[in-house]
Write a protein that binds this ligand. Structure first.
Ligand SMILES: C[S@@+](CC[C@H](N)C(=O)[O-])C[C@H]1O[C@@H](n2cnc3c(N)ncnc32)[C@H](O)[C@@H]1O
Length: 207
């Protein structure tokens, strides 16, 4: 049900120019030549294209998304710019289609809050990263716990706020997944979203 709502919402948004992001993960990620990079929730593919250009033809950029509309849009954009070292894959964040220790850099912008099992997502990010690999993620956290009545409401989760956890819960998940050297690069002031107060931040860590 939740993934259906997410698919529906983002397939509609794929044909608009509406801004989907809550931060600037890509601006801090600094992909290097030859690196293998992954963008979780790659949307229209803009960050995948940028990473593909930065890693060069001996590197590769993958985008993961669940929405058919977003996947089609991202593939069209990749073809339009004749990018050959980029691939978009349909998958859920909790089950990433990569082998262990495969990836140098994972980024994500305003997506992980949608996942129903965020700890599973962070465990997957850790699993696919090489030792010494890094993530740079922008996401939303709730300033106070989201009320139970919204937490499992698929529409509210798809709207990018009801799935948010508190900052403490977020940092605990990163530690439990095995990350270290956690750095918060930027953090917004709290703001209202739906029926919640949230803030966004851009955060990185190493395996
Ligand atoms: C807010 S948009 C952000 C898109 C892009 N990162 C950007 O900044 O423009 C969230 C994206 O994540 C995808 N998404 C949401 N939940 C997902 C899930 N559980 N598994 C895979 N993709 C998901 C949506 O389809 C959508 O394209």
């Amino acid at each position: 049900m939740q993934t259906e709502k997410i698919n529906e919402r983002y397939t509609q948004l794929s044909e608009t120019s509406c801004c989907l992001s809550c931060g600037g993960a890509i601006n801090y990620a600094k992909p290097q030549l030859n690196e293998i990079c992954v963008d979780l929730g790659s949307g229209r593919g803009n960050d995948v294209i940028r990473m593909a250009e930065e890693v060069g033809v001996s590197g590769h950029a993958y985008g993961i998304d669940i929405s058919e509309g977003m996947i089609a849009k991202a593939k069209t954009n990749i073809a339009k710019f004749e990018i050959e070292n980029a691939t978009i894959l349909q998958a859920e964040l909790e089950k990433l289609p990569f082998e262990n220790n495969f990836v140098d850099l994972t980024i994500s912008n305003c997506t992980i809050n949608h996942a129903s099992n965020k700890q599973a997502v962070w465990n997957e990010v850790n699993r696919i990263l090489k030792v010494g690999g890094r993530f740079v993620v922008s996401d939303i956290y709730a300033t106070t716990a989201i009320a139970d009545e919204y937490r499992n409401d698929p529409v509210a989760v798809a709207e990018c706020w009801a799935g948010a956890v508190t900052k403490d819960e977020y940092l605990t998940m990163l530690e439990s997944a095995g990350f270290n050297n956690i750095i918060i690069y930027e953090e917004s002031a709290p703001y209202e979203k739906g029926s919640a107060e949230v803030a966004s931040f851009t955060i990185s860590g190493y395996k």
